[in-house]
Write a new protein. Structure first.
Length: 98
């Protein structure tokens, strides 16, 4: 369940980043919208986050899980979502004029 739900959550977060950062018109406002939308999967994937939230079972039990399972979860879930967000934020960097 965890690897599958991690892929689903990462896909949902990638869609949020794509949607919110597709066209920047007001950087501050667009980033606020992104931040709020980034939280939407917490509700949509409630069961997933009940397992992986930092103060919940997976984090507490991560040392007991097979290293390969933890790596797969991290690679297909949290790191994938962060990588996609970072890639899109780099695209936004061209919008910023100092």
């Amino acid at each position: 369940m965890l690897p599958d739900s991690s892929v689903s959550v990462a896909a949902a977060l990638t869609a949020v980043a794509e949607s919110c950062l597709a066209q920047i018109t007001d950087l501050e406002q667009d980033l606020i919208v992104l931040g709020r939308a980034w939280l939407a999967p917490l509700e949509a994937f409630r069961e997933h986050f009940a397992i992986v939230h930092p103060v919940r079972p997976v984090s507490a039990e991560v040392t007991r899980l097979p290293a390969e399972a933890v790596e797969k979860w991290q690679a297909t879930g949290p790191r994938q979502a962060r990588r996609e967000l970072a890639r899109r934020l780099l695209g936004v960097a061209g919008f910023i004029r100092l």
